[in-house]
Every structure is written in structure tokens, then in C-alpha cells.
Ligand binder design. Structure first.
Ligand SMILES: *Cc1c(COP(=O)(O)O)cnc(C)c1O
Length: 410
């Protein structure tokens, strides 16, 4: 089998590409015309290959979906306008009022907010410590349909018990959804822990350049959807492994309508070509910065799975090619977080992650502000916590920048 980057760079060419174009062209169209009405009908009925309407399908997006399936070693991928749209549409399509699911409590903030909103619609969720498989097992009941986890959580970098939860889901016959955004398919292959469906925010490492939003759900082909009670009869045709992704495509993408724009799909596909190269550099920079900060007298705790004192260091080593490109740290409490951050010259004060540029954010005051001090305290988010999403700049420039700002901090 070809290597990771070879597969990505050549994936468009393996199909017929218009005029031999080396990139899949941007198809800026909503609809597709047919010479014969019978052909239009056959495409709608699925008996003939072809395109119907832009909310469901577009050749540019289809090429990106193929690329992501290859990256994840999955069966089929459906793309959405954002990562949040992917997660929301998937659960909207698969769950019904009265159902229950178990989620890691260490979640991307907006995912946490979304899951609470599902609870308001009669779909119950239990948030548990997913670093502990027993906590997940204890939360399962007779109404539980699936388990949702992230690989490395942000901002505190907890690493879920990915293999053990995969084994538990297999034993209990539950679907297992893994959000692979923080690791990307280059650092981690959820297929290896028996994931049923994989989520990727394409906005982050896969796109990589912070210039396009997108999300994806990939069916891994490892779960028996015949055992899942919520698949409509209409979608129970063909191989059982494709029932859920078909329902997600129809009830999630088509009916909810959060379609990826073809221009964004093109940006993401170009960005994805260098995923492995960028990740190698970003993870090396992250380790160097985390080690530097861990040894600095003006810094408290540093949270990075690549450091030996991280609680899940051994697990991260076992599961991931590298321990990620994001870490967080606590500035010594007597120091002024604002003047320290304002003294950074290379590192940009910004909210995104997975960009080529290194970005820093004061967590409690921004992305965790809405939660209030009590919930922040329960999650171990102190006021001096700074999250760094590490980019591809030269290592020495990043270390010098941190060092200079810390030297001034008082
Ligand atoms: C950013 C992110 C999302 C949401 O993705 P968007 O493209 O911003 O909607 C979901 N999960 C994780 C882990 C993320 O980091």
C-alpha cells in the first residue's frame, strides 16, 4: 500500500479528472442538466451515476470526500460546511427523542454546548471522564446508542482511553464516534481502535492554512448498523455497513442543508496535500516549546502529552505517531497574563487551532468565558491558562519569542 502523502497527492488523478487537470477543478454550480429526462430520473432514483443538486453532491466535494476516506482508511465520507455542522447533522440523523449517548466531558466547547442543546430536545447525554474506560462503562444504559470521544482534548490535552472504549463499544454493540480533529488521520488512525464513525473538522489541521471552514464524517465499515435501531427502512438497502452514512447524507446533509462550498473544498484539498509535512514540523515545534516552558521558573504546569509527567503520556506514545501540536500552560499566578501575551511578537493572539501560524489564547477569558468561574474551576481551567496552537515557523524563532516575553514578565 502507498504511503500517506502519496495517496493524498495522487487521489484526484486516480479518477477521471477534467482535461487531465492535476487538481480537481472547482465546480461552481448548483444543478446539473441532462439531455434526456429519463437520465435525470435515473440519477434521482440512484440507478445511474450522476449529480442531482448542490446541497447533496458536487464533483469537487466528492473528490475531497474520496481523499478523506483514503486518509482515514474508511469506507465513505460525507462533507459539511463546518466541523460543528458535521457533528450536529450526524447526531440529528442517527438519534431520536428518548435515546441516550455517552460523551467525554473533555470536549471542544461548542460540541459541549451542542450536546446540551440535544438534551433540551429529549436526547440525553452523560458526560464522563473518558480517560477512564470504567467511567464510560458505568454510564451506559439500555437506551444508550453511541459513545462520543475526542482523541486529545483541548485545552488541557487529556487523552481518551481510545482502545479500551473501542473494545467496550464492540462488546456492548454500541456505535463508537471518534472526533479525530486534534490528531488528524496523520497522527492517529481511529480504524485501529474500532471506531464506527470518524469526525474531522477540516478547518483545523487537514485544511491547515486557516483559510476555509469544513467538516467531515467518515464511515469506517466496522460496525453492524443492522443492530442499530434508528435506521429507516428506505436506507436499509445495499451493504449494512453503508446504512448509517446514507442516512447521515440524506437526513443530515440533504435535509439539514449545511453543505460545504466547492471553493472551500478546493482550499481544503490543496491544504491536505501537506498535512504530513506540516504535522511533522508542528509537533516537533510543540515538543520543543513545551519542554522549554516546563523548565522555566515563571511557568507553572504545562499540559502536553509529549511530556513524561503528562498523565496519559504512555497512552499517547502507544496510540499516536506524535503527541499533537497543541499544548497549554499556566503562567505563574503572580505574573500579568495580558502584558506577557502582548509582548509576544511572533505568536499571534488568536482563537483558531491547526493553522500554519502559531496562535495563543487566554482560555478562561475567551473560549471558556461563557461557562463562568464555577464550571471552569471544575474543569481545571485557571485564569492564567494559555493555549498554544503551534505552527510551522522555525523553532528558534518561537523559543526566542516565548523567552523574551517571559524575561519581561514581572
Ligand atoms: C474546531 C473543532 C470542531 C468544530 O469544527 P469547526 O470546523 O470549527 O466547526 C470540532 N471538534 C474539535 C475537536 C475541534 O477542534
Amino acid at each position: 500500500m502507498k504511503g500517506f502523502t502519496t495517496k493524498i497527492v495522487h487521489s484526484d488523478r486516480l479518477d477521471v479528472v477534467e482535461h487531465g487537470s492535476l487538481h480537481k477543478p472547482i465546480h461552481a454550480t448548483v444543478a446539473y442538466g441532462y439531455d434526456k429526462a429519463e437520465d435525470l430520473a435515473a440519477v434521482f432514483q440512484g440507478t445511474q451515476a450522476g449529480f442531482t443538486y448542490g446541497r447533496q453532491v458536487n464533483p469537487t466535494i466528492e473528490a475531497l470526500q474520496t481523499k478523506i476516506s483514503k486518509m482515514e482508511n474508511g469506507l465513505q465520507t460525507v462533507c459539511f460546511s463546518t466541523g460543528m455542522a458535521a457533528i450536529g447533522s450526524m447526531l440529528f440523523a442517527l438519534l431520536r427523542a428518548g435515546d441516550h449517548f455517552v460523551s467525554s466531558s473533555f470536549l471542544f466547547g461548542n460540541t459541549n454546548s451542542l450536546f446540551n442543546q440535544f438534551a433540551a430536545h429529549g436526547i440525553d447525554v452523560s458526560f464522563v471522564d473518558a480517560t477512564d474506560p470504567q467511567a464510560v462503562a458505568d454510564a451506559i444504559n439500555e437506551r444508550t446508542r453511541l459513545v462520543f470521544v475526542e482523541t486529545i482534548a483541548n485545552p488541557r490535552t487529556q487523552v481518551s482511553a481510545l482502545s479500551e472504549i473501542g473494545a467496550l463499544c464492540a462488546e456492548r454493540g454500541l456505535a463508537y464516534v471518534v472526533d479525530n480533529t486534534m490528531t488528524s488521520p496523520y497522527l492517529f488512525q481511529p480504524a485501529e481502535v474500532d471506531a464506527s464513525l470518524v469526525v474531522n473538522s477540516l478547518t483545523k489541521y487537514i485544511g491547515g492554512h486557516g483559510n476555509a471552514l469544513g467538516g467531515a464524517i467518515t464511515e469506517m465499515g466496522q460496525y453492524d448498523w443492522g443492530a442499530f435501531p434508528n435506521i429507516y427502512d428506505t436506507y436499509q438497502s445495499g451493504g449494512v455497513e453503508k446504512w448509517a452514512i446514507t442516512q447521515i447524507k440524506k437526513k443530515g446533509l440533504r435535509d439539514f442543508g449545511a453543505a460545504l462550498a466547492p471553493e472551500a473544498a478546493h482550499h481544503i484539498a490543496v491544504g491536505a496535500e501537506t498535512l504530513a509535512l506540516r504535522m511533522e514540523r508542528q509537533c516537533a515545534n510543540a515538543l520543543a516549546m513545551a519542554e522549554f516552558l516546563a523548565g522555566h521558573e515563571k511557568v507553572g504546569a504545562v499540559y502536553y502529552p509529549g511530556l513524561p509527567n503528562h498523565l496519559e503520556h504512555e497512552r499517547a506514545k502507544r496510540l499516536f505517531r506524535h503527541p499533537g501540536a497543541l499544548f497549554s500552560f499556566e503562567l505563574a499566578p503572580e505574573l500579568d497574563i495580558w502584558s506577557f501575551m502582548n509582548d509576544l511578537q511572533v505568536v499571534i493572539k488568536s482563537s483558531n487551532l491547526g493553522d500554519n501560524r502559531t496562535l495563543a489564547i487566554p482560555v478562561a477569558h475567551t473560549i471558556y468565558h461563557e461557562m463562568g468561574p464555577q464550571r471552569r474551576a471544575s474543569m481545571g481551567i485557571v485564569d492564567s491558562l494559555i493555549r498554544i496552537s503551534v505552527g510551522i515557523e522555525e523553532t528558534s524563532d518561537l523559543l526566542d519569542d516565548l523567552g523574551a516575553a517571559l524575561a519581561k514578565a514581572g
